[in-house]
Design a protein around this ligand. Structure first.
Ligand SMILES: NC(=O)c1ccc[n+]([C@@H]2O[C@H](COP(=O)([O-])OP(=O)(O)OC[C@H]3O[C@@H](n4cnc5c(N)ncnc54)[C@H](OP(=O)(O)O)[C@@H]3O)[C@@H](O)[C@H]2O)c1
Length: 320
């Protein structure tokens, strides 16, 4: 076989590609020369191609190979890889833009019109639940506050009503007392379902929940704490959702917001808070599955990822 008929093996093509496109290659400078030098005479060119082919097959980098680089193309796999990278970057950029829009720019949904007239908030007497109850009332919803302490419930209800009535004189706030850790909690939640029957409940916020008072090893978690965490973080969200959902399904609209935790959804593990994190992982999966189950019925389900706000029982312990 003559040198002109030397097959353009993939190793040869690679050699050409690298010799022309890698800036750190010693031949990168000579490839510039490749563009400026006049074309070699036919005989020289033929021997150059022979050199290039054989040099490319054995060792891709050679100063004598650069003359043939002017017409080199990147191999197909490199183009495919670049296209994949471009697609992945475009997807990440689009997701970031959507997130920025949803978090900072998107106007608030008209909750009353979109989901219904009433919001139900569990654990509404303090912390995040209390703040959410104020916001929901301010956005035009009537609110049912659920908590364990009737006096606190009455006080928060009065505050919310006073504020909401400044905007909407007919604003309504109702309260329902249930201790989700008590043995009669299941029966009380059934009673809550009855209490809500006939109300156009559009938004349910399953906020009630608790963590450890302080970090501890799993074998140090006593029966009472474990039961409290499971009843508050797992049973309450499950039972209350079960009580409220049928009405939403009937009306074919509603939104359920469950309080998860960054400790289970973001961190790979959160040692010394094992039971708490495991119960919040339940909330996360519970929300994901419900979202898929009820999307076609007009019901939105989301899990909010809370992160490091000192809960009220810690404020109390610190005496602040
Ligand atoms: N704080 C954070 O940084 C953080 C992080 C991740 C997730 N979360 C989650 O976000 C949610 C709210 O947290 P938070 O910090 O706002 O909590 P919080 O300040 O401790 O408030 C908890 C609320 O639940 C009520 N509650 C407690 N035990 C109850 C029971 N047995 N029966 C009925 N109601 C009961 C409390 O009522 P009382 O007023 O009577 O005590 C209070 O209204 C929880 O699900 C929590 O796990 C919070």
């Amino acid at each position: 076989m003559s040198t002109d008929e030397q097959p353009d093996t993939s190793a040869t093509a690679l050699g050409r590609y690298f010799c022309c496109h890698l800036p750190s290659s010693p031949t990168a400078q000579s490839s510039k020369r490749c563009a400026t030098l006049p074309p070699p005479p036919p005989a020289a060119a033929s021997s150059h191609r022979a050199n290039h082919a054989s040099a490319g097959a054995r060792r891709p980098v050679s100063t004598t190979t650069t003359m043939a680089c002017a017409d080199a193309r990147p191999p197909a796999w490199a183009l495919a890889l670049a296209a994949l990278g471009l697609l992945a970057s475009a997807r990440a950029a689009a997701r970031l833009a959507l997130w920025v829009y949803a978090v900072f720019l998107r106007p608030a949904k008209p909750l009353r019109r979109r989901y219904g007239a009433w919001a139900v908030v569990t654990g509404a007497t303090d912390g995040i639940g209390r703040a959410l109850a104020f916001r929901l009332a301010a956005s035009g919803l009537d609110v049912v506050l659920v908590g364990r302490d009737p006096d606190k419930l009455a006080a928060v209800a009065a505050d919310i009503k006073a504020k909401a009535k400044q905007r909407r004189p007919d604003a309504e706030v109702r309260t329902f007392a249930v201790d989700f850790t008590a043995d009669d909690a299941a029966a009380r939640v059934v009673a809550l379902g009855e209490f809500l029957r006939g109300l156009d409940v559009g938004v349910l916020v399953n906020n009630v929940g608790a963590s450890y008072p302080y970090a501890r090893y799993f074998h140090e978690v006593d029966e009472e704490l474990a039961r409290r965490l499971i009843r508050l973080n797992v049973e309450a969200v499950t039972r209350v959702t079960h009580a409220v959902l049928p009405g939403m399904v009937e009306r074919r609209r509603g939104a359920i917001v469950n309080m998860g935790s960054g400790a289970s959804a973001v961190m790979p593990s959160d040692p010394l808070y094992t039971v708490y994190v495991a119960t919040k992982a339940y909330v996360d999966q519970f929300s994901r599955c419900l979202y898929v189950e009820y999307k076609s019925k007009g019901i939105d389900v989301q899990c909010q990822i809370e992160w490091r706000r000192a809960p009220s029982y810690l404020w109390f312990q610190q005496g602040t």
